[in-house]
Ligand binder design. Structure first.
Ligand code: ZN
Length: 397
C-alpha cells in the first residue's frame, strides 16, 4: 500500500494508481466507471489519470453504442497507434524481433536465420539493431524500450549487464551488449537470460510453475508468487545442472551427471542419430523407434531432475517449451511416468504454445511490465533522438 504522505509522496501514489489502471486495462476495454470499480479508485481519480494518456494517444476511447439517455460510457483501450515494446532474441542460429503493444499482443515480428557463432559482439549487435529498426519502421509506432534475450549467464551491472558465460556464443563472454544496442536503437535496453525470459513469457498463464526448454543447453526458469525467481545473484533457474547421476558424464558447468547431459539438445541428437532438431521432430512424428527411444530416455532423466526441483519448491506445474514442446508426443509419456513414480504430490504437465518466440516475447514483456509499474515512460511517446541510458536488471525488481 502506498500512502499519500510520508516517503512515498503524492507522485509515487499517482504512479502507483496509474499502474493499477493500466494493468487493469490489459483485460479491457473498460469504461472509466468500470476501471474505478476494478481498481478501487474513485471515478474522479481514474478520470484525472487517463485523460493525459488519451491526449497522448496511449489510450483510445471506443465509440460507445447508443443506449438511452445521458452521456454514454466510452470504453478505454490501448491506442492502436500507441507505444510498443521490442523483444529481441539473439540465439546461436537466428535473431528474432517481436513488437508487443501495451496489452501484450504481438503487432510485428521479424527473423533472420544465420549461424552466429563466428560473429563478433559488434556484428551480433548490428544485426539485432538492423532487424529491430526494420521492424520499427514497419510497425510505425513509438518504442518504449527493448529487451534483449541472450543464451548467456549475465551479471547485473550499472554499466550494463555483463556476459559471464555464453558457451554457445563464446565471443560474447566478458562483453556488455546492452549499451551498444541501446545506442544503435536510441531506446533503453534491458538484457537478460533467454531461459529466464522464456519462463517470464508464460507469467499469468499457469500460476506458479517451473519452465523447461531445450535449446542448445537445457534452459530453466522458476516462477514463484507470480514472478520469475532470480536468486541472490540473478542466476537461479539453472535446472539443466540438477545432478541425476553422481558419476555421470562431465558437464560444461564443471560438474558431472547433470540432467543437461541426458536431456539437452546434444544428448537428444546424439541418442537419436538425427542431424538436427528439425530431423528429430520429423523422426518422432514418423514414429521412428531410435528417435522415439532417445526422446523417451531424455524424458525419464528430465523426470528425475524435475522431481527434485518440485519437491524443493512445492510447485505443482511444469511447462515444457522450446524443443521440448515440439517433442512432447514422445517426451511426455516418459516424463509423466517418472513424475508419477517419484513425486509425493501430483504435478500438472503443460506444453507451451508460444513456440520459439517465447524468449523474445518475455524480453518485450519485461519492458511492458516496467512501463506499467513506472508509467512515467508512457508520457514520452516520441522515439528519442539520442541514446538513452541502459537499464540493468536490479532496477526491475
Ligand atoms: Zn552441469
Amino acid at each position: 500500500v502506498v500512502s499519500a504522505s510520508g516517503p512515498a509522496g503524492p507522485s509515487a501514489l499517482r504512479r502507483h494508481n496509474l499502474g493499477l489502471v493500466l494493468t487493469a486495462l490489459r483485460e479491457g476495454p473498460f469504461s472509466r466507471a468500470e476501471l474505478a470499480s476494478r481498481t478501487g479508485l474513485t471515478r474522479a481519480t481514474v478520470a484525472s489519470l487517463v485523460e493525459p494518456l488519451v491526449a497522448r494517444r496511449v489510450l483510445a476511447e471506443e465509440l460507445a453504442p447508443p443506449r438511452g439517455v445521458g452521456r454514454p460510457a466510452r470504453p478505454l483501450r490501448f491506442h492502436p497507434d500507441g507505444p510498443v515494446a521490442l523483444g529481441i532474441a539473439v540465439d546461436v542460429d537466428r535473431t528474432v524481433v517481436v513488437a508487443l503493444d501495451l496489452g501484450g499482443a504481438m503487432v510485428g515480428r521479424r527473423e533472420i536465420v544465420a549461424d552466429h557463432r563466428a560473429h563478433t559482439p559488434d556484428e551480433l549487435v548490428a544485426t539485432a539493431a538492423d532487424l529491430a529498426s526494420t521492424l520499427v519502421a514497419e510497425v510505425g509506432r513509438p518504442v518504449l524500450g527493448a529487451g534483449l534475450a541472450l543464451p548467456a549467464l549475465l551479471a547485473a551491472d550499472p554499466a550494463g549487464a555483463l556476459v559471464l558465460r555464453a558457451p554457445n556464443l563464446p565471443r560474447l563472454t566478458g562483453t556488455r551488449p546492452g549499451p551498444a544496442l541501446a545506442a544503435a536503437l536510441g531506446v533503453p535496453v534491458v538484457v537478460d537470460n533467454e531461459a529466464t525470459l522464456a519462463a517470464a513469457a508464460h507469467l499469468g498463464l499457469a500460476g506458479d510453475f517451473v519452465h523447461l526448454s531445450a535449446g542448445i543447453g537445457l534452459g530453466g526458469g522458476i516462477v514463484l508468487d507470480g514472478r520469475v525467481f532470480r536468486g541472490a545473484r540473478g542466476l537461479a533457474g539453472e535446472l539443466g545442472h540438477v545432478v541425476v547421476e553422481r558419476e555421470g558424464p562431465a558437464c560444461g558447468c564443471g560438474g558431472r551427471g547433470c540432467v543437461e547431459q541426458y536431456a539437452g539438445r546434444g544428448a537428444l541428437l546424439a541418442g537419436s542419430g538425427a542431424a538436427d532438431v528439425e530431423a528429430l521432430v520429423e523422426a518422432v512424428a514418423a514414429g521412428e523407434a531410435r528417435a522415439t527411444a532417445a526422446v523417451a530416455r531424455a524424458g525419464a532423466a528430465l523426470g528425475a531432475a524435475v522431481t527434485s526441483v518440485l519437491h524443493v519448491l512445492d510447485v505443482s506445474t511444469v511447462v515444457l517449451g522450446g524443443d521440448y514442446a515440439r517433442l512432447a508426443p514422445a517426451l511426455l509419456p516418459a516424463l509423466a511416468a517418472e513424475l508419477e513414480a517419484r513425486l509425493m504430490q501430483p504435478a500438472a504437465l503443460r506444453v507451451s504454445t508460444l513456440g520459439p518466440d517465447a524468449p523474445a516475447r518475455g524480453a518485450a514483456g519485461t519492458v511492458l511490465d516496467r512501463a506499467l509499474r513506472e508509467p512515467d515512460a508512457l508520457m514520452i511517446t516520441e522515439t528519442p533522438e539520442s541514446p538513452s541510458p541502459v537499464t540493468t536488471l536490479p532496477q526491475f525488481r
